[in-house]
Ligand binder design. Sequence first.
Ligand code: ZN
Ligand code: FE
Length: 253
Amino acid sequence: MVEIRQFLSRSDNFSVLVHDPATGATAAIDAPEETAIMKALAETGWSLTDILVTHEHADHVEGIPGLKAKFGCRVVAPRKAARVPDADERVSEGDRVMVGNLVIDVLDTPGHCPDHIAYWLQGQKTVFTGDTLFALGCGRIFGCTPAAFYQSLQKLAALPDDTAVYCGHEYTLANARFALTVDPANMALRTRALQVENLRAHDKVTLPTSIGLEKATNPYLRVTDPGIQATLGMAGADPVAVFAEIRERKNRF
Ligand code: ZN
Ligand code: FE
């Protein structure tokens, strides 16, 4: 089995530690902030062996140099990333990363940025989606086409429904409020939005989510839904156009 520790760092980044009890190996998914990761390692008693980077944005890599200096850990970075400090290995779709005995498959998920990848632990029914798929949302588009982003989201949506999803930020409340504006009649979404309001009011985290829950409630995975298309005035429109429209509206929300 795998042990996962998740905690907030910076203002709204999620840090995740993935631990293989059989070997003691521990990977950080991204390294937003050295001190928050050090604190979690001290609390768990785990020692950092690997950092798996989803994309090169500063809020995901700034903790790397300090952690590398302390632990000498391996840094695995997206093949297309140009600005990941201390990268030891480059990976892209089809590559497989071992963390101890844990088998992790790499998925290319461009859209938020061209270099973005996700890490899929098929055997543990878990995926780390960085800033591609958020709970009830997705990342902003930088340097990619909406079509590319849509394809990446479809790839993640094709994973089994009971796959646990860990993402890079706690944006769920803002995403829920926006999602209701484009999918107001969705009862599953309305129920979930109330749960999210309640969790955040008590300072609790809203993750992980699951692929099945996202397919039922995340508007970016529901672009072919007739209700959403009607709300947008886009009945029968191309799914990529609907995706782009929802993403545009969120930018202005
Ligand atoms: Zn980012
Ligand atoms: Fe980010």
